[in-house]
Design a protein around this ligand. Structure first.
Ligand code: ADP
Ligand code: MG
Length: 592
């Protein structure tokens, strides 16, 4: 390995001097690195092994940051989070066969979330294909259904063309995943440097779609005539960087708005026009809904009764016309980037002198009443600091202490759902969670990407990663990655001994003494009172173990003072703590 490193650095310096001498060879690894650099790729997350060790070093030599992770899935989650945060795809680099296959969950997650991602995997040498090559797999075929683009460049000279296309497809229109397959023979193959068309391709952003003014006028008419209008702000609006335009729309019209989980922060959660705490009422009574970059999928109950009125008028705005009328027929469907649409609509509504009066408008008074009742319920729960704690008391304490501009990463079941309401986001793209695909295990990867982004773009900003104990288990070993790259992520584990909920130690013991452990252990139970915070001892550090709100406060303050490594705060809560009873099942039941 050492000799390989030496060989590599020699190769690299040879390559640099070769630029002076003209017409020297450049290999696939370096062509790939240079192509990615020219396409604006800044970060690669991955795990190296044969045949991509030299590839990772070529990336670093080209000035692309490389973050070595502990599982390809987590690397793939990190790469897509960078894509969402920056608008440019992060790269996930993996080895052949199992390495690439571990990325598939990540690719699907990016694709379903509409986030840009480029996965690059090594594959076995082409002359070993079909005869049982090491880690041989049908990688392009395996990836294709999870991607907008999957290809194997046919020669070193054509690598830049495919890199450009992969980046373009990952980002243009609805963002998603792309895959490039790099056989060992291609990575080591050489081309004459002056014949590699690196400069031909540009990194220019494809211009966004602008709205048809006639449709903007129709949308304005519907909203102005509605008795109970509602704006839904989705993560498409966050990805579109439409925060200024959407804030202006809401502030000038005083329309009530609901953010989707990752639409939170496009308009601040603390805005007086945010009606999150009257969500069910707002959705089920609105007679006109302006849908800004969100799909009417399970998260929005398909836009159908009983969660929506059967006669609701939907104004659907999306960059992807294929999405229109998907679950219910929209009254107006506008193919547009969110930003120019929101700007045009604000202007149109201003021309009509449209603005609601929250104090006198009956829709606003009904919503305000519901918000008050819900806030009172939450407050009463949150003020109950009896040990073992309930979720609400935990989140109230966390919200009190964490910096208000922190990026919040969250996953779990109750942990994520209850935390979403109580941990506020006042800035766009500051919440990363299990998303449209409901994927568990995304947290640590997302947090690593967010912390890398903070270090480079907002050094004082913190990343708070709020995990259920089950969710943390999927990618918990990434704590070592955080430690290695000195990322000060504060990991909070809300520990209820199980999936959804578990048992106290005595009950769990009694249950397991009932017979064959594999037959009697409840499938949703995890070991009780696991000391996850002791993982910090792997690095000669100590974590924080809490049972009370004052211990949480103390731990958070100490964790926030640490700026060069991660910390773990393990909070034991009541294993049977639950969320507020819901009017509807969390998923609208299928009647098929
Ligand atoms: P949420 O999870 O917030 O409900 P979804 O992921 O369901 O959001 O939907 C996001 C939508 O935003 C997708 O349909 C996607 O096509 C759309 N979108 C992404 N980028 C833009 C953009 N720049 N302008 C408009 N729509 C966008
Ligand atoms: Mg749990």
């Amino acid at each position: 390995m050492f000799s390989k490193l030496v060989q590599f650095s020699f190769r690299r310096s040879f390559h640099v001097t070769s630029k002076l001498n003209q017409a020297m060879g450049i290999d696939g690894n370096n062509i790939l690195a240079e192509s990615l650099k020219r396409q604006g790729v800044e970060y690669v997350f991955g795990i190296v092994g044969i045949p991509v060790i030299e590839t990772s070093m070529a990336f670093q030599a080209a000035g692309i940051k490389y973050i070595g992770m502990r599982n390809e899935q987590a690397a793939c989650y990190a790469a897509q989070a960078i894509g969402y945060l920056t608008g440019k795809p992060g790269v996930c680099l993996a080895v052949s066969g199992p390495g690439l296959l571990h990325c598939i969950g990540g690719m699907a997650n990016a694709q379903v979330n509409c986030w840009p991602l480029l996965v690059i995997a090594g594959s076995c040498p082409e002359d070993h294909e079909g005869i049982g090559g090491f880690q041989e797999w049908y990688q392009v075929e395996a990836s294709r259904q999870y991607c907008k683009y999957a290809a194997r460049p046919p020669s070193p000279r054509l690598i830049p063309l495919h890199v450009e296309k992969a980046v373009r497809l990952a980002t243009a229109g609805r963002p998603g995943a792309a895959y490039l397959d790099m056989p060992a023979t291609l990575l080591l193959g050489e081309a004459d440097e002056d014949k590699v068309p690196l400069e031909y391709y540009t990194t220019d952003r494809v211009n966004p779609a602008f709205p048809d003014p006639a449709l903007v006028a129709e949308a304005a008419d519907i909203l102005a005539k509605a008795e109970k209008p509602l704006v839904i702000v989705g993560k498409g609006a966050a990805y579109a960087r439409a925060e200024d335009a959407v804030r202006k729309l809401v502030d000038t019209t005083k329309l009530p708005f609901l953010p989707t989980p990752m639409g939170k922060g496009v308009v601040p959660d603390t805005s007086p026009y945010c009606v999150s705490s009257a969500r069910t009422q707002a959705l089920s009574q609105a007679d006109a809904v302006l849908l800004l970059g969100a799909r009417l999928n399970w998260m929005l109950h398909f836009g159908q009764p009983p969660r929506f009125r059967p006669d609701v008028k939907i104004i659907q705005v999306d960059i992807t016309p294929e999405e229109f009328h998907n679950s219910v027929k929209s009254s107006v469907a506008v193919h547009s980037d969110i930003k120019p649409f929101a700007e045009a609509l604000t202007q149109k509504l201003a021309e009509k002198k449209f603005s609601l009066q929250p104090t006198s408008n009956s829709w606003w008074t009904a919503l305000a009443e519901k918000q008050k009742a819900n806030a009172e319920f939450v407050e009463s729960q949150a003020n109950n600091a009896t040990v073992p704690l309930n979720y609400y008391a935990v989140f109230k304490t966390v919200q009190k202490i964490i910096p208000k501009d922190a990026i919040i990463v969250s996953e779990g079941a109750n942990t994520m759902d209850i935390g979403r309401g109580m941990l506020l986001n006042n800035l766009p793209r500051h919440r990363l969670d299990a998303g449209t695909f409901g994927t568990m295990g995304v947290g640590p990867g997302f947090a690593i990407a967010a912390a890398m982004w903070c270090r480079d773009h907002a050094p004082n900003k913190r990343v708070i990663c709020v995990e259920g104990d089950s969710a943390f288990g999927f990618s918990g070993m990434e704590i070592e990655t955080m430690f290695r790259y000195q990322l000060p992520v504060v990991i909070i584990i809300v520990n209820n001994n199980g999936i959804y909920g578990g048992f106290d130690p005595q009950t769990m013991k009694d249950i397991q003494e009932g017979g064959d452990v594999a037959l009697c252990t409840p499938p949703s139970a995890l070991s009780t009172e696991v000391r996850y915070e002791k993982m910090m001892e792997l690095f000669g550090q100590s974590g924080f173990f809490c049972r009370t709100t004052s211990e949480i406060e103390d731990a958070l303050k100490k964790a926030l003072a640490i700026t060069d490594r991660p910390s773990i705060i393990n909070i034991l809560i009541d294993p049977q703590s639950n969320r507020k009873p819901q009017k509807f099942n969390w998923l609208t039941e299928s009647k098929l």
